[in-house]
Design a protein around this ligand. Structure first.
Ligand code: SF4
Length: 299
C-alpha cells in the first residue's frame, strides 16, 4: 500500500471509531449500569436506569450519539517507535476528529479560548487534546478515545496538601468535591483520582484513571483498598442516577499514583458520567485492528 493511501485508511478508521465511541458505550460501562439497575431499590432511580438502557439501545439502533454533548475529544496515544506512521500521527488524529464531526455527527464543542469562536469542527488549538506515550520496540498504535462532556468536566479539581494532612486529607478533598459538584455530572459517576508530587501530575493521573475499566483496581493493595473505601463513602451520599437520589452514586473510583516529594501530597479529581464514552483501539503496522472496549468492531 502506498504511504498516502495508508494514511487515508488510518484516518478514516480512526474517524469511524471516534463516531462509534459517541454512540456505543464500552462493554464494562454497559455491564456496570445493568448491575446498578438490577440492584437498585428506589423506584424512581430504577426507572431512570431503565431509560438509560433504552437510550443506549436506541442510540445504537438509530446510529445517533448516546448524549447530545459529544464532548471535546481527548486521546491517550501509545505509539510504538516502529509504528510506520508515527511521523504523521498528529495530523492524522486531528483530521479524523474533523471527519467524525461531520459524519458521526458530533456536536460542535471546540471554542477557541479568548477569541470565543466555535471552530465548528471539534478541532482547534491543541484540540483534540492528545497525551503521548512512546513505546520502545513496538510497531503498534494504541489509542484511548475519550469524549469529555461539559457536565462531567465541571467537578474536575486539584489541590496540593500539606504532608501532615495525609491520605485522610485526600479522602476529605475527594468527598468535598463529590458532595459539592458530583450532582452536576450525571451520576452514576466514574471517579478518577490522581495522587502525586505536583498538581499537574495529579491532574493528568486523575484523567488517566478514567481510562481504566470500571471494576479494575490499582495494583497497589493499599490504593485498591482506598478505591473501595472511597466508592462506599461516595455511594453513601446516595446521589442516584442523574442525581435524583438512589442507592448508589458511582460506578467506581479509580486511583492512579506516582512517587511524590515527601513535603507534599498533590491530589486531583476527574469525573466520568454515566455516558462514559471511552474507546480503546489497537492498530498493527498493517493497519489491522482490534478494540478491547468495542469487541468485534468493523470500521
Ligand atoms: S455529563 Fe455526560 S451524560 Fe450528562 S450531559 Fe454531559 S456528557 Fe451527557
Amino acid at each position: 500500500m502506498e504511504r498516502q493511501e495508508a494514511l487515508e485508511l488510518l484516518t478514516g478508521k480512526v474517524a469511524n471509531f471516534v463516531g462509534l465511541v459517541g454512540k456505543v458505550l464500552p462493554g464494562d460501562v454497559t455491564a456496570k449500569l445493568k448491575e446498578l439497575s438490577e440492584n437498585e431499590t428506589v423506584p424512581m432511580a430504577k426507572m431512570i436506569y431503565e431509560f438509560m438502557e433504552k437510550n443506549q439501545r436506541e442510540a445504537a439502533e438509530l446510529n445517533r450519539p448516546s448524549c447530545q454533548d459529544t464532548g471535546l475529544i481527548q486521546m491517550f496515544v501509545r505509539v510504538g517507535t516502529k509504528f510506520p506512521y508515527i511521523d504523521d500521527l498528529k495530523p492524522v488524529l486531528k483530521e479524523a476528529v474533523f471527519i467524525a464531526t461531520k459524519e458521526a455527527p458530533l456536536r460542535h464543542n471546540a471554542v477557541e479560548t479568548f477569541d470565543e469562536v466555535n471552530t465548528g469542527t471539534n478541532t482547534g488549538t491543541d484540540a483534540p487534546w492528545l497525551y503521548w506515550d512512546i513505546i520502545p520496540n513496538s510497531d503498534k498504535l494504541e489509542l484511548d478515545v475519550y469524549m469529555a462532556g461539559g457536565g462531567c468536566s465541571l467537578p474536575g479539581q486539584g489541590k496540593t496538601l500539606m504532608p501532615g494532612e495525609g491520605y485522610e486529607g485526600v479522602v476529605k478533598f475527594v468527598l468535598d468535591v463529590m458532595t459539592s459538584y458530583g450532582l452536576n455530572a450525571c451520576p452514576p459517576l466514574l471517579v478518577g483520582v490522581g495522587i502525586g508530587t505536583s498538581i499537574d501530575s495529579a491532574a493528568f493521573m486523575a484523567k488517566k484513571a478514567l481510562m481504566r475499566p470500571v471494576g479494575s483496581h490499582n495494583a497497589n493493595p493499599k490504593a485498591a483498598a482506598l478505591e473501595d473505601e472511597m466508592t462506599a463513602a461516595i455511594d453513601s451520599i446516595g446521589l442516584g442516577p442523574q442525581g435524583l437520589k438512589g442507592s448508589k452514586s458511582v460506578m467506581g473510583v479509580n486511583i492512579e499514583n506516582s512517587a511524590r516529594h515527601p513535603s507534599v501530597i498533590s491530589c486531583a479529581v476527574n469525573v466520568g458520567c454515566w455516558s462514559h464514552r471511552r474507546g480503546t483501539i489497537t492498530f498493527n503496522s498493517d493497519l489491522s485492528y482490534q478494540s478491547s472496549t468495542h469487541e468485534g468492531v468493523a470500521l
